[in-house]
Design a protein around this ligand. Structure first.
Ligand code: TNX
Length: 539
């Protein structure tokens, strides 16, 4: 660890330090102010604010000042004045809820925006200004600068998968803390899969009693076992909300459902009590499309999920449904097809999701699904089924994203960009890197490839206007603990944060590499296990 720190320290020093050298994601408009005197934080520095006393931003401000200049400020309220004022001010005239402005002069350090969200981002940028400007901060000084910044996309997500390996609540909070530093605003929580059911559902306690403890070998507290109570999830939602992060829950159906089938075998097509209970790879079992109990159980589940998570969205999965091994071989599904005059099993997908999405809408939520095309192994032509217009799709399969962009534009769906080749954080970061962390085999996403990600794929504005943003995806089959998770996330999570926030014309790999190092060092200092990208040679 010492060696690694030394490497990072040397790298940081060789890149020089200034008030912009640690800004990440890079703000979209920076104006350096030259020839003016620095702002000084003194014991008399006073905070002028129109925020409520208990606002999280005020605690953040004091924490940043203590951490970076070793001095907190006096809370002065609405009318504070003096010759060293820090102003944290909501200003309705500033358009855009994530739009913030920073202006630092000799007597005033001002952060403004129309919402607390915007001010929070202003504070995150201030933290990085101070992180980079170590020569000044050593003397409690802050160099003058002007920043006027708002994100390219309003949806900037990372996805965690505690279904495969359970992740204790404290670890999820730790992950959220790091996300907040880089202005991510969504955490997609993959709560159910073959390997585990991780959310308490009061109407169906068996889902966790049986579905959350899938691997007896590792014991009740083993990494494969466990679930979150509804109270814990509500606490997590509040914790995330303070840090500007919304949690979107994901329940994966109709495939990826072995944990449900372990509880209710009768919901599947293949009625068997020898359902594989091993951890590891995905199993090809699915929920039956022609079974009213499937829809009533999921109505109960969606009702409770909708009440736990205030997010307007619920993700219902829809990926990797191996229809030919289930619905094609299932008498119930076949008779339903005959009855409805269907010629292709994929039409049953319409039937299935029409019923499920009716529950989602009934409880006031908007659906999300993974984007699947009709033939995933051949050049694809159309969607797997007719996704209704109100479904936000997430593109993921390597190579198929251009087709997904085109189809979503044509059909009127919104789109989130999580293409495997750029945004899959469980792909190794270098050929051969820690094979035990890799459950995919072939693909590699290097930091540089990840950085090259343009979520708009270079398309004309009209053809990408339906893209809401980006998502970095970290599947959990090989993610046994939080250290593996953060190792796989950073530094690539820094590159993705910039893809979601910064306009293409301001982005450059060379500049990113320099700004990355102080941030990696800061993460390490705060106990985050990151991957040091040795392959990237400092200039
Ligand atoms: C495919 S990517 C999946 C996940 C697995 C991943 C890696 C996607 C939408 N589905 O369920 O974790 O492969 O094995």
């Amino acid at each position: 660890l010492k060696l690694i720190s030394l490497f990072l320290l040397t790298a940081t020093l060789s890149f020089g330090q200034s008030n912009t050298s640690a800004l990440l994601p890079l703000p979209n408009h920076i104006e350096q102010v030259t020839g003016k005197k620095n702002f000084t934080v003194t014991p008399q520095t006073v905070v002028k604010t129109n925020l409520p006393k208990q606002a999280f931003c005020l605690f953040e401000l004091q924490r940043i000042l203590r951490d970076r200049v070793g001095q907190s400020a006096i809370m002065g309220g609405f009318q504070a004045s003096g010759n060293s004022v820090i102003e944290l001010w909501t200003e309705p005239a500033i358009k855009g809820e994530e739009h913030y402005m920073i202006e630092i002069s000799e007597s005033k350090l001002s952060i403004k925006g129309s919402t607390q969200k915007a001010l929070f981002y202003g504070l995150k940028t201030l933290d990085q200004i101070l992180l980079g400007d170590v020569c000044n901060t050593a003397n409690k000084q802050i160099a003058p600068i002007r920043i006027d910044d708002e994100p390219r996309y309003g949806y900037r997500a990372l996805m965690l998968d505690p279904a495969r390996h359970f992740l204790p609540l404290e670890d999820v909070k730790f992950y959220i803390d790091q996300m907040a530093k880089y202005k991510y605003n969504i955490l997609q929580l993959h709560l159910t899969d073959d390997q585990g059911w991780r959310v308490e559902i009061k109407a169906h306690p068996g889902l966790t009693e049986i579905g959350a403890f899938r691997n007896p070998k590792t014991g009740p507290n083993g990494p494969d076992n466990g679930f979150y109570t509804q109270e814990q999830l509500k606490e997590l939602v509040r914790y995330a909300a303070d840090r500007n992060i919304e949690i979107i829950p994901e329940l994966d159906i109709p495939g990826h459902t072995v944990a449900v089938l372990a509880t209710y075998p009768e919901l599947g097509c293949t009625h068997t009590d020898t359902i594989q209970k091993e951890m590891g790879k995905t199993v090809d079992l699915m929920l039956c499309a022609n079974n009213e109990k499937v829809y009533s159980v999921y109505d109960d589940i969606i009702k409770e999920i909708a009440a736990i998570f205030p997010s307007s969205k619920i993700h219902l999965g829809g990926d990797e449904a191996v229809i030919e091994k289930n619905w094609t071989k299932c008498d119930h599904c076949q008779s339903l097809m005959k009855q409805l005059g269907y010629t292709k099993e994929s039409q049953l997908m319409n039937y299935f999701f029409d019923k499920i999405l009716a529950s989602v809408r009934k409880y006031g939520k908007e659906p999300m699904l993974w984007c699947e095309l009709d033939n995933i192994r051949m050049p694809a032509n159309e969607y797997l089924f007719d996704y209704p217009k109100d479904v936000t799709l997430v593109t993921w399969r390597a190579g198929l994203t251009p087709k997904c962009i085109e189809l979503t534009a044509k059909h009127g769906n919104s789109l989130i960009m999580a293409p495997g080749e750029y945004a899959y954080l469980d792909y190794p970061q270098l050929k051969g890197d820690l094979p035990e962390f890799n459950n995919w085999g072939m693909p590699v996403t290097t930091l540089e490839t990840c950085y090259q990600f343009d979520p708009g794929y270079g398309l004309p504005a009209a053809q990408q206007a339906h893209i809401l943003g980006i998502s970095g995806t970290l599947w959990g089959e090989a993610m046994k603990d939080i250290n593996r998770i953060t190792y796989m996330t950073y530094p690539r999570g820094l590159a993705l944060a910039e893809a979601g926030w910064t306009q293409m014309e301001h982005r450059s790999w060379d500049s990113f590499k320099e700004r990355m190092y102080p941030n990696l060092m800061n993460l390490m200092k705060q106990g985050v296990f990151v991957r040091v990208p040795f392959e990237i040679v400092p200039r």
